[in-house]
Design a protein around this ligand. Structure first.
Ligand SMILES: Nc1ncnc2c1ncn2[C@@H]1O[C@H](COP(=O)(O)OP(=O)(O)OP(=O)(O)O)[C@@H](O)[C@H]1O
Length: 291
């Protein structure tokens, strides 16, 4: 980890603390938004790690899908994960997000939050957002409505109907629209967007909740070359403000966005380093790149 990343992480925590104090002052509806921010502000990254897995294993019917997996991610880092089919990439994300319980091992968010003590909704609330491969936006709603919906914290239909964005949330929505390059499509029905635009909208919906860590599974699969380039720009914008774990098979995309690449194989880390380093590793060539 570089000193830059440490500094970015510390700065992010300070920004969150400021937001929390502002949200508490404004109260009312913003208290819902503040509650989410407060949860994420509690992530202790002073040890330079936002995510930490050690000796994690899980078996399905006797088959070890994850085998003594250890890895950590620094605050603000954009980590790329590659590996052959069946390497355990999805299972690793399932474990981090609470969808799958490991048989053994340690999974920490920051240095104090034991993720194995939390369920899926709690982990999302703590500030870990996940994007699956296929876009899941609300096709009959507009881009604006999709983003607005991502913020709706009040429970129940009636509360949801009368939910209105406060000025902080409106600003956030405008900022997210700009980040995902959809400001010109704000009133467009999501169902009419291109595949790439739908993916960006779904990422925008996650960003509305200001996650500390984003897990993205094959984000550019099915995208045009132009959309892939725009997605690389988007991820480079998010890096530093959020921590990202990106699982992807598209090597030219990985080359554009990556600092450190982790290669998974048979449920554990086979190699780690720059893309050039891992691509030159004989073991990696054998199991994956040279297939
Ligand atoms: N619920 C399950 N029950 C049984 N086996 C499973 C289950 N989930 C995953 N596996 C097995 O665990 C191994 C790892 O699967 P996983 O989906 O995590 O790999 P992956 O690296 O994401 O692969 P891909 O690149 O194809 O998506 C595979 O052999 C898979 O068949």
């Amino acid at each position: 980890m570089t000193p830059d990343l440490l500094q970015q992480g510390a700065q992010r925590v300070a920004e969150h603390a400021k937001l929390v104090s502002q949200a508490t002052e404004s109260g009312g509806r913003s208290a819902g938004y503040g509650r989410v921010v407060q949860d994420t502000a509690q992530v202790d990254v002073t040890h330079g790690r936002i995510l930490y897995l050690e000796d994690v294993s899980v078996s399905f019917d006797g088959f070890k899908a994850i085998n003594k997996l250890s890895l950590d991610i620094a605050p603000g880092e954009l980590r790329c994960i590659i590996g052959p089919n069946g390497a355990g990439k999805t299972t690793m994300m399932d474990i981090i997000t609470g969808k799958t319980r490991p048989d053994e091992g340690t999974v920490f968010f920051g240095s104090t939050i034991d993720l194995l003590r939390h369920n899926e909704p709690e982990i999302a609330q703590l500030g870990i957002g996940r994007k699956f491969q296929k876009p899941t936006v609300f096709e009959h709603l507009t881009v604006f409505e999709n983003l607005e919906l991502a913020l709706k914290t009040p429970k129940g239909v009636k509360a949801s109907m009368f939910f209105k964005l406060d000025s902080r949330q409106s600003d956030r929505l405008a900022e997210v629209l700009h980040t995902i390059h959809l400001q010109d499509s704000v009133r467009v029905q999501a169902g009419t967007l291109s595949h790439g635009q739908k993916q960006w909208l779904e990422i925008g919906m996650l960003l509305m909740q200001d996650p500390k860590l984003l897990l993205l599974d094959e984000p550019v699969a099915g995208m045009t070359d132009h959309e892939t380039e725009r997605t690389a720009e988007l991820f480079l914008t998010l890096k530093g403000k959020h921590s990202l774990m990106v699982v992807e098979h598209d090597m030219s995309f990985i080359r554009t966005i990556s600092d450190i690449v982790t290669v998974l194989c048979d449920g554990s880390v086979l190699a780690q380093g720059t893309l050039d380093q891992v691509q030159a590793d004989e073991r990696v060539i054998e199991v994956y790149l040279g297939r």
